[in-house]
Design a protein around this ligand. Structure first.
Ligand code: 3PG
Length: 215
């Protein structure tokens, strides 16, 4: 199965992609394991800390049950770095063609962020049929996704930014939502306390919400 098909299959049953902010490899690995234990096995390790790329490589090695992508990929160089580190998909906050092209040249799924019809149209013309919708809550939330869904009939979106257990169901009720992303599943305080059960419970809660909406 291609990585793209494997991601689609997993998101079909658990359409949520949690963010892992990697302060160090140990906590990033424990966070990812806790998410997998709760039923979320497609995770995004974001490049927002100095050690992020090394942490990503460690998570890929230590948690083979997870599909580990790289998020907050801003440049072509960063895209090269995360591919070398073993990233299985790439997410960017915005639409930047060199990152898209690099991922496509390696057959890696790529989800650049779009917030307007023009950006979605640009992405569509790059061959993309799945894009991140960011920052979802500020860019119009479910109402905006409904509106652009009437035009981009063959595109699925991954809303991220302001998504939480409280509004997850509203997004997942839309047929053009592939999955939701977010950091609410990996609270900093729980990680600082070493309380990974909180993360497993939040993941399980998200899976239950998704099941309820999509069954
Ligand atoms: C992202 O990069 O996808 C966002 O920072 C996630 O937004 P959130 O923290 O509101 O979930």
């Amino acid at each position: 199965m291609t990585i793209s098909a494997e991601i689609t299959k997993r998101l079909d049953t658990a359409p949520v992609v949690p963010l892992v902010v990697p302060e160090d490899a140990d906590t990033a690995i424990k966070t990812t394991r806790a998410l997998v234990a709760g039923g979320l096995s497609v995770v995004e390790v974001v490049l927002r800390t100095p050690a992020a790329v090394e942490c990503l490589a460690e998570v890929v090695k230590a948690v083979p049950d997870a599909i580990v992508g790289a998020g907050t990929v801003l440049s072509e160089q960063q895209a090269e770095d995360v591919v070398l580190a073993g990233a299985q998909f790439i997410v960017s906050p915005g639409l930047y063609e060199p990152v898209v092209r690099l991922a496509q040249s390696r057959d890696l799924p790529v989800f650049p962020g779009v917030a307007t019809a023009s950006e979605a149209q640009n992405g569509w013309n790059m061959g993309l049929r799945a894009m991140k919708f960011f920052p979802a809550s500020l860019a119009g939330g479910p109402a905006m996704l409904k509106a652009i869904g009437s035009v981009f009939k063959d595109v699925k979106f991954m809303p991220t930014g302001g998504v939480s257990a409280a509004n997850l169901g509203d997004y997942l009720a839309l047929p053009n939502v592939l999955a939701c992303g977010g950091s609410w599943l990996t609270p900093k305080a729980a990680i600082a306390d070493g309380n990974y059960q909180v993360i497993t419970d939040l993941a399980a809660e998200a899976v239950a919400i998704a099941r309820n909406v999509r069954s």
